[in-house]
Design a protein around this ligand. Sequence first.
Ligand code: FES
Length: 108
Amino acid sequence: MPKPKFHILVCTTNRPPGNPRGSCGEKNSQDLISTFYEEMEKKMLFGQILITESSCLGPCPIGPTVIVYPDGVWYKAVTPKDVVDIMEEHITQGKPVERLMVPDDLWG
Ligand code: FES
């Protein structure tokens, strides 16, 4: 098996409704996993991308959170439509999707 070029982490943590932190799972982040796989298949990128469900990555209120390595790009509020853009612009063209990036000042 070749080493994947990209590793994509998708937070699928679920917390009960009303939890003050919220969670990516309650915002349907599981749908992102299937969309990533669909796009990977459409683009014939088998073996080049590793898609992993993740526990909480930290910035819950602005989730669903997705991270793309090796670039270390964090994405916020990702929807299935955004996954299509990430796969086309970032993974295929090498240009991270700036409108979805977690702002640097989040980290303090
Ligand atoms: S629940 Fe997804 S980042 Fe915390």
